[in-house]
Every structure is written in C-alpha cells, then in structure tokens.
Design a protein around this ligand. Structure first.
Ligand code: AHR
Length: 648
C-alpha cells in the first residue's frame, strides 16, 4: 500500500474504527516494583533551538525592526521611503565608510537644501506591537557630512500613520558614526504600528542599526516566549540547529564567532531557511539561556561540510583547521580560564564564571564516508585537549534503512559516545514502533533523539499527533538508560513567516500558545520519575487492518522525592479502555492520587490563536485507592496517574 493510502486508512480507522476491530478485553496492568528498571535520565526532555519559522529574528529576539542593518539580500527589505512633493533627495545603500567591517552596508540620503522631507518607515513583522504603559527604546547609528544640517524626527505611528509618540534627534550630525537613542512610553495599545523617521534638512546623512526594542526583555529575548520555555523546564538546549548549522554552502554555515559581542559588530548572515539572521541571539545568549533554564547546553558545530540534503560542499580534508580551531576556541570561550584568550572574551561579555559545557555535537544530519572522515578529526582534537567533553555524533536524516544502519555500525565500531537520531514520522509509524529502543544494544553509543515529531495529516499540530508523540515517549522513558536526551522539533512557528509545520509553540506579535504537543512535552517532563518500574499489560497487541499496534501505550516509574508511583497511559483509540491495575506489594499505595488527563472531542482538534486552550490537560484528585484498583482510560486520551506510594 502506498504511504498516502496507509495514512488515509489509519486516519479513518482512528475515527470510525468498528467496535469489532478493537477488543476491549478488560486489560490488567501488572506493576512489579520488586525489580526496578533503569534510572531515568534527569535531562531526558530538552528543547531544540533553530532559527527556522522566524523563531529568533521576528520571534524570540525582541528587536521590532526588520533589517535594521541593511544587510539583507535585498538591502531595503522591510523599509519604505516616501518623498514630500518637491523634495529633491536621493538615497542609496552604501558601503564606503561602514560602521565596522562586519556591518558593511548602510543607508545614505542626499537631500537638496530645504526642498522638503523624506520619510522612512518600517513595520517590522506584520506591524510593530506597542503596549500601553510599556517603554520602548529607539536607537540608530548616524553620521552626516560636514554640510549636513537638519533634523531627524522619530515617530511611532499606528497602521494608518497617526502619531502615537514622537521625538526629535539632534539637528546636526558629526562625520563619525555616533549612536543616538530615545526612549518612549506608550499610552495606548497598538498591535500593528510603524516606525517612521522623517528627515528634513540639507546635505548627506547616513543611518545604520536602526532599532526599536521593548525595554522589557531578557538578554534581548521576548518575555512571553521565554516564559513558554521556562514552563517546559527543559533538561537541555540543543542549538543553533539543525540544517542552519550546515548552511546551503560553507559560506553561510554557522560560525559562532560571528554571533558574539556588540550587536552592531555581529556578522549577520543569510539563513538556509530563506531569510536573514541578525544574530541578535548568538552563542553567548544561547549559553545564558541554557544557564537560566538550568539546562545542559548542547551546542552543535559544523563538521566541515554543508547540508548534504541540499548538495553538500565539503571542506577539503587538509583545510579542516578552520573548523577544528573554531570548535576548540568555543570550548575555551565557554569553559576556559578568565585569562585565556577566549575565556577573557567571556569575561568581557559579563560572564566571568565558566559555563561548564559538557557536550558538543559535531554535525547535523550528516552521513557517509565524507562525514566519517571528518568527524574523527574534530572529535580527536577536542578529546586531546578536553578529554572530559562528551561528543555527539550526527545520525543521517533517516531513522531506519541502509544509511541509518550504516551510521550505527560506524558509530559502534568507532567508539561514538552519543548518536543523534532524528525522527519525523507519521503517527501510525510511531504507534507501531514505540518499542524501538527496547531492542537497542545496551553496550553501544547512547541515543540523543535530537529532533522528532509526529507528522499527522496536513502536518498539523493535532491531538492525534500529540498522542503518537506521547506513546513514543512512554518508550523513551522505559529505555532512558540508552535514550538520554530527546527534543521535539521545531520549537517555534510564526504563521505567515514559516517554512515548517508542525511546531511546538505558535506565536505572533502579541500572542503565544502551546500546541497539544507542547502540553505533552510539559506533562511528561513535569511527571518524570527517577526509575522505571516494570509493567505488563494483558492483551497488549492490537491488530488493525493487518497492522500491529498496542491497545494502550504505557510506562510506570517511581519518583523518590514525592514518593509517587507514576503511571502514564496513552489510549489513541476511539473507545475507552477499562484497566485493572495490580501493583506488587513492595510498595504500598496510600489512597490518594492525582489524575492528569488530556483529550478532546476529535483527534483533529488543535489549539489556535482564537481558541488556544481547546486541547488542554485537566487535573483532578482520586482517593480510596489501594494496590489494586480499576481505572477507565478515556478514548483518545493521554493520562498520567500519580499515586502516593511508599516503600521503595
Ligand atoms: O527541524 C527542522 C529541520 O529538520 C532541521 O533543521 C533538520 O535537522 C531536520 O531536517
């Protein structure tokens, strides 16, 4: 059967499944605390950060001006100039006397004596949001020629051009670049505003790094989006990509040194996802973010080859020094002594203490001889200087098949410590493979499932997708001795500016919501035990139209701090399931339990800006439970039972 036909059958099956096909056998779940399973990785669930879908520029990075430094491929992208009738002025993008060599372009106006005004406007991403009572900081680098006299007025307007606030900058500008700033307090909400600069005078004036920033931000980050990350409490942050690390060619591969220091000195770069990145959030900010979230930073570095899916460019083997040095310099920057060359740069940026980076990823979705030749060069150079650093080897884009098997073979034979798997699969594949890691060789490399998501029909963030992910996660937790890290991907989506769905968190200028997948990540992480408790379900296997699934997907674990036995059950089927739970006497159930359950009317339900809480977990308490009880798991649901349990 073709993939599309299987998918259609599966979708229909999940809605209209005839009762005769799903046998509600009255399952028994036996939980055996006498022989606890593996300890669960405390940083199992993390986030994968990549500037795709305008996750950073136009997203987490709070800058409200699009193309503030005129470095985009179209240097005027985002900008509109308007000349008053009679105004004799010309403007151009120049590069003769730049702000610095990393920021080569700027906007230059030549205005004839008192002939009228020129207006320059920018509406950011879908308009500039301004909130009542909040303060915003405008800044720009400006220089004039010796004869320039005139004034620049800064206005924030609504979409129709009505002024909200206004201020005048100096009326004479020196021949050297100088930074000018104005702070505004906004007195009325406007979610679709504009920045408008009006230039009036005579002579030549040049502008660069025209910026508008909400005063309320955290290291340049939007507070509401940051909060969504804080609430996930991720165990690790994998950054800055993704394919982004690799580049379409080595020219726009990610180079961390371009991304640190004063923002006007960062070397903005064209992004493989089709837009320009300011690097306003760069490696230093990613490290700060990881620290703030108390998460392990997992920086990913280019392996000396650009994206293989897009027709790779390979750095010749005898020219790999650039990539090796860059990596070693990063480790010195992040972890090195304050008096080391790169360590002192970290001190200058305000972080004297080392970041204590423990893991480094080499490459993203790389494979084959070219990767196998380059990976050891980078790994061995790191290990020679920093033997304590643990290296993550990149798996190919596929999660099964020849290339995937070859990667694993090579990894086993070459002492790889962690292999980064990526899995974007349809829900039915995931539901049929949740026991994938039960069969992994325990003596080989550990797994970081660095990117995964269920791609349901239309790649939408539906309950159906979230249920498949939750089912997979029961398998990840059961096998957390080998799967030590896992992250949903991608993290953010800005509709209208995106390249990829589904995504975990959706946002626009003023709103943000978590998808059902977000709530699954959050729930599973909040309810992560320390140790797996073996469990078995009777009548577990379910055959549907010739394919084998599970009647219910489950994992049990114990959390020592709260003395809770945690049972996670996913029922992705359209009928409720009654389960008799029988818990071995090594632990004693103390009666009280908390139930957390997520479901919705339809498996196609999703959250939206209009209805962000449509698919949301609900909590309630149960009492009177003992070591044996019966519980009914709702159709199309994800349920977590937290039972007060002593004895382990
Ligand atoms: O998450 C989006 C992309 O998917 C990543 O950049 C890449 O690693 C994968 O192919």
């Amino acid at each position: 059967m073709k993939k599309a036909a299987i998918l259609l059958t599966f979708v229909l099956m999940m809605i209209f499944i005839p009762e005769t096909l799903v046998v509600n056998a009255g399952h028994v779940l036996t939980i055996d605390p006498s022989n606890p399973g593996p300890e669960i990785s405390p940083f199992l669930y993390g986030v994968f950060f990549e500037d795709i879908n305008h996750a950073v520029d136009g997203g987490l990075y709070a800058e409200l001006i699009r193309n503030r430094s005129f470095e985009h491929k179209d240097p005027l992208e985002g900008w509109f100039a308007d000349f008053e009738t009679g105004c004799q002025a010309t403007f151009s993008i120049d590069s003769e006397l730049p702000l610095n060599e990393n920021n080569p372009h700027y906007l230059s106006f030549a205005i004839a004596s008192d002939s009228g005004s020129v207006s320059l406007s920018n509406n950011g991403y879908d308009g500039i949001p301004m909130m009542e009572g909040k303060r915003y900081v405008f800044s720009a680098f400006i220089r004039g020629n010796s004869e320039y006299s005139g004034e620049i007025t800064v206005l924030l307007t609504d979409a129709k051009g009505n002024t909200i606030v206004e201020a005048s900058l100096a009326s004479a500008f020196g021949a050297e670049w100088e930074k000018y700033s104005v702070e505004f307090e906004i007195t009325e909400d406007c979610d679709n505003g504009r920045l408008l600069l009006t230039l009036r005078g005579a002579g030549e004036v040049c502008l660069d790094m025209i910026s508008l920033f909400p005063e309320e931000n955290w290291n340049g980050m939007r507070i509401d989006l940051l909060k969504m990350l804080e609430e996930l409490r991720p165990g690790f942050v994998r950054f800055p990509g993704g394919c982004l690390v690799e580049g379409d060619s080595l020219e726009n591969a990610y180079r961390w040194k371009d991304t640190i220091g004063p923002v006007e000195e960062r070397k903005a770069n064209y992004n493989l996802w089709g837009y320009h990145q300011s690097y306003g959030i760069g490696f230093f900010e990613y490290l700060l973010l990881s620290e703030h979230l108390e998460a392990e930073p997992i920086p990913i570095f280019n392996s000396g080859m650009s994206c293989q899916v897009r027709g790779a460019e390979y750095c010749p083997i005898n020219e790999m020094d650039e990539w090796i040095e860059s990596l070693l310099d990063f480790i010195e920057f992040a972890n090195g002594p304050q008096n080391s060359f790169w360590g002192s740069k970290r001190v200058e940026l305000g972080h004297p203490e080392p970041f204590n980076v423990k893991y480094i990823g080499i490459g993203n979705e790389n494979w084959g001889t070219e990767y196998h030749d380059r990976f050891p060069m980078l790994r061995d150079a790191i290990k020679a200087k920093y033997p304590e650093i643990i290296i993550v080897f990149s798996g190919p884009p596929s999660y099964e098949g020849a290339s995937f098997n070859r990667a694993w073979r090579w990894a086993r034979e070459n002492g790889v410590e962690i292999l980064d798997e990526h899995m974007y699969a349809v829900p039915e594949w995931i539901l049929r493979n949740t026991d994938r890691y039960d069969k992994y060789d325990r003596s080989g490399p550990k797994v970081m499932l660095g990117e995964y998501a269920a791609h349901a029909a239309g790649t939408r963030n539906t309950l159906q997708a979230a249920m498949a992910e939750a089912a997979l996660m029961t398998g990840l937790e059961r096998n957390s001795d080998i799967v030590i890290m896992a992250a949903y991907a991608p993290l953010f989506n800005r509709p209208g500016w995106s390249q990829w769905t589904p995504d975990l968190i959706w946002f626009d200028n003023t709103r943000v919501y978590g998808t059902p997948s977000y709530h699954v990540q959050k729930l599973f992480n909040e309810n992560l035990g320390d140790v797996v408790i073996p469990s078995k379900l009777t009548d577990e296997n379910l055959e549907v139209i010739g394919y084998w699934f599970k009647s219910l997907y489950h994992v049990c674990e114990y959390d020592r701090e709260t003395e809770n036995l945690i049972i996670k059950i996913v029922n992705p089927w359209p009928e409720e399931k009654e389960v008799r739970v029988e818990i071995g006497e090594q632990i004693e159930i103390k009666g009280q339990a908390e139930v957390i359950m997520m479901t919705s009317d339809s498996i196609f339900d999703e959250n939206t800006f209009q209805n962000p809480d449509k698919v949301l977990p609900e909590k309630y308490d149960l009492s009177g439970l003992s070591n044996e009880f019966t519980f009914t798991f709702a159709e199309n649901s994800i349920t977590i039972l937290r039972l007060n349990a002593v004895g382990l």
